[in-house]
Write a protein that binds this ligand. Structure first.
Ligand code: SF4
Length: 703
């Protein structure tokens, strides 16, 4: 009789920032259909359709299996020597500023930590930026301005404890489905819970809304300042909280009072009815347990940081923070954008929530024993690719991301990479638009093969665990990075043998000379054995002597991480998006669809996921369709001075007139002329550097 070997693994979904636990069962070598991990406190066994079909995406089609240099297969030593030699030569001739790395929120925290240490401590360049710049850089900047730290104050349970949910700039039903399911269940359990969805489009998320405010695109800060103006006019601010725990209220309130001209005027600014706005204002006033849930519609804007601060100002001024069911809550797009920003995976961060102040630099230099600690911030994503095109950066290493599709003005990114002396790409796929331009290709282990941790949107650190062998010669990113570090002469700094050792070093850095002045402290997780790391359960940081089991909420004590310990009000004067009238008569918005992920390198493998939406499309209002001669279901050309795409027209009054929507995922591999990134301008938020991906002028015509 043959025995069947059953093995089970608990891991974390590789898609969105909800960070759901996934239960894997293997029968001999076969991976059975995946299930949600019932014990994971972020999803309690639920999975959305993307997560449920993960087992469909594990084939080797398109996988990058072997290293190559200039198109020729080579062994690992040759590939790594080629990269290290070129790095050494560029640094010697042009300095470390001529080197760049562009990484991704797909990487595990251990990978992110390793690459940040290599670049900022040993190469000595700050030009390490990531696709998180496209995702939540504005949320980070606004938290830091207000709290003195990049601290997400709340937790998912707050969504269930609130009596008002304001969902703004987020199609949560499609982009963060399990959180949307939790909100739906909360509303069912508490019919008194009101949900306001703020979005120019009518999306699937509006199905849960008691009120949908289809505001003028980009006018979010006008709304949150109006809420603050109204609460002030009604004497409904929390003056005790303001007086005890904040600073800057006099300036803020003077500014807000000069802006508040009453409901009719605010409604006109927002392009909504005075009646709907009144409902919103009254519900807010009557429901102190408010969560404002926001995502890319806030962040991907030329004033994304200010929008985040307008939301935070409102929560601070009404004392709606640090309490159950009350917080501003930015939700990250990617599985580990949070982990990336924790280790320092943005060009304007150093490491472990430390910046470039002298004390931080000194502390990190001593901890790493770093010979070339970077002096200050490097170039953010848009500027980084501009510098490559200008010839100022001569070596770029792109890890686990596809900027030829996702970056604004994506054809300019192509031109930049074509002009660069050496482009290194490490990825688990060998056929991405970006990989096709690489001089050196390094095969990376993928989800299900690699081991490490990710942090989700509620600060919960979860293990990703491997359950499959890596195919071909694919290796973990942290290993590839450490091999380059060793070849540059830094053997002892990069002598890790297992991701548990990388995590341990990172955890120790967070606790190093941390006397409570920094929010991120994982000292309670330092010193774990490999076995303990393998068994590690999901936990919300910080994990230290004070919070050995993690911390659900921050700021219950009214203490913030600014020098004074008080939260800072930021004086926000709302601004509409930068005008693109020269680019075309319609405004193009972009975003996710339910069943695809990023540039589809994984989700396109699943025939089930492909069934939901088969091709890129254009949502267009009936009046605009008539004006531009577009018929339902026909191919439409969407174009401006930067390029054009071909998409299937879908006529719908879910769009406002003058505005169209195109999904972000399709590349030229999956649909001829599907890359919407080629149309988008490089305008970005001057504070966060986050591009304005949701407001592009375009024209349309039948194809
Ligand atoms: Fe994965 Fe996000 Fe779906 Fe959860 S909600 S299963 S993390 S894609």
């Amino acid at each position: 009789m043959t025995t069947v070997a059953i093995t089970q693994t608990r891991t974390t979904c590789p898609y969105c920032g909800v960070g759901c636990g996934v239960a894997i069962t293997r029968q001999d070598t076969d991976v059975l259909p995946v299930a949600g991990d019932k014990h994971h406190p972020s999803n309690f066994g639920r999975l959305c359709v993307k997560g449920s079909n993960l087992h469909d995406t594990l084939d080797l089609d398109g996988r990058l299996l072997y290293p190559s240099v200039n198109g020729e297969r080579v062994d690992w030593d040759t590939a790594l020597d080629t990269v290290a030699n070129q790095l050494r030569s560029v640094i010697a001739e042009h300095g470390p500023g001529a080197v760049a790395i562009y990484a991704a929120g797909q990487m595990l925290t251990e990978d992110y930590y390793a690459v940040n240490k290599l670049m900022k401590g040993f190469i000595g360049s700050g030009n390490l930026d990531t696709n998180s710049r496209l995702c939540m850089a504005s949320a980070v900047a606004s938290y830091k301005r207000a709290f003195g730290s990049d601290t997400v104050p709340g937790c998912y349970e707050d969504l269930e404890q609130a009596d008002l949910l304001i969902i703004t700039g987020s199609n949560a039903a499609w982009a963060h489905p399990i959180l949307f399911q939790r909100m739906t269940a909360a509303k069912k359990a508490n019919p008194d819970l009101k949900v306001i969805v703020v979005d120019p489009r009518r999306t699937a998320t509006c199905d849960l809304a008691d009120l949908h405010l289809a505001i003028r695109p980009g006018s979010d800060a006008f709304l949150f300042n109006a809420l603050l103006g109204y609460m002030d006019a009604q004497n409904a601010l929390d003056t005790d909280f303001i007086n005890q725990h904040t600073e800057g209220s006099d300036e803020l309130l003077a500014n807000i009072r000069s802006q508040w001209q009453g409901i009719e005027a605010a409604a006109a600014q927002l392009d909504v009815s005075a009646e709907d706005l009144t409902t919103c204002l009254e519900w807010f006033k009557a429901r102190p347990r408010t969560v404002t849930f926001y995502s890319q519609g806030i962040n991907q804007s030329s004033s994304g940081t200010d929008k985040g601060n307008a939301i935070i100002n409102l929560h601070l001024a009404t004392g709606r923070i640090g309490k159950p069911g009350a917080c501003p809550f930015s939700i990250t797009g990617q599985p580990n954008a949070m982990g990336g920003r924790e280790v320092g995976g943005l060009a304007n961060q150093l490491a472990a929530h430390m910046d470039f102040a002298d004390a931080d630099r000194d502390r990190v230099q001593r901890f790493w024993n770093a010979p070339n600690l970077v002096q200050g911030p490097g170039l953010k994503a848009v500027d980084l690719f501009n510098a490559i095109k200008a010839g100022d950066i001569k070596f770029v290493w792109i890890i686990s991301t596809n900027p030829l599709v996702s970056m604004p003005d994506a054809d300019d990114v192509r031109a930049a990479l074509q002009a660069c002396d050496m482009v290194v790409v490490s990825d688990n796929m060998g056929n991405t638009d970006t990989a096709l331009l690489a001089d050196v290709l390094l095969p990376a282990a993928g989800w299900g093969e690699k081991n490490g941790t990710v942090t989700n949107s509620e600060r919960r650190i979860s293990r990703q665990r491997g359950f499959l062998p890596s195919p071909g010669e694919a290796r973990a990113d942290w290993w590839i990075i450490s091999q380059i570090g060793r070849r540059l002469g830094y053997e002892s700094a990069f002598d890790w043998q297992h991701p548990a050792e990388v995590f341990d070093e990172y955890a120790r850095l967070t606790g190093f000379e941390n006397n409570g002045s920094r929010d991120l402290d994982l000292s309670g997780l330092a010193g774990m054995s490999q076995e303990k790391y393998d068994r590690m359960l999901p936990v919300q940081w910080p994990v230290n002597a004070q919070y050995p089991q993690g911390r659900q909420r921050f700021f219950e004590d009214g203490r913030f991480f600014t020098p004074s310990g008080k939260a800072r009000f930021i004086n926000v004067t709302p601004a509409l998006p930068v005008s693109r009238s020269n680019d075309g008569p319609l405004i193009m918005n972009t975003g996710r669809v339910r069943d695809h992920w990023h540039t589809m390198t994984r989700t396109a493998k699943s025939s089930k996921l492909a069934q939901h939406i088969r091709e890129p499309y254009l949502d267009i209002h009936p009046q605009d369709a008539e004006r531009f001669g577009i018929q339902e279901g026909q191919l439409a050309r969407v174009f401006n001075s930067r390029g054009d795409i071909l998409v299937r027209a879908h006529i719908t009054s879910d769009q406002r007139t003058g505005e169209v929507f195109v999904p972000m995922h399709w590349t030229d591999r999956y649909a001829s002329k599907g890359r919407m990134g080629a149309l988008i301008d490089k305008t970005n938020d001057p504070i966060s550097g986050q591009p304005e991906l949701k407001f592009t002028g375009v024209s349309v015509e039948p194809f």
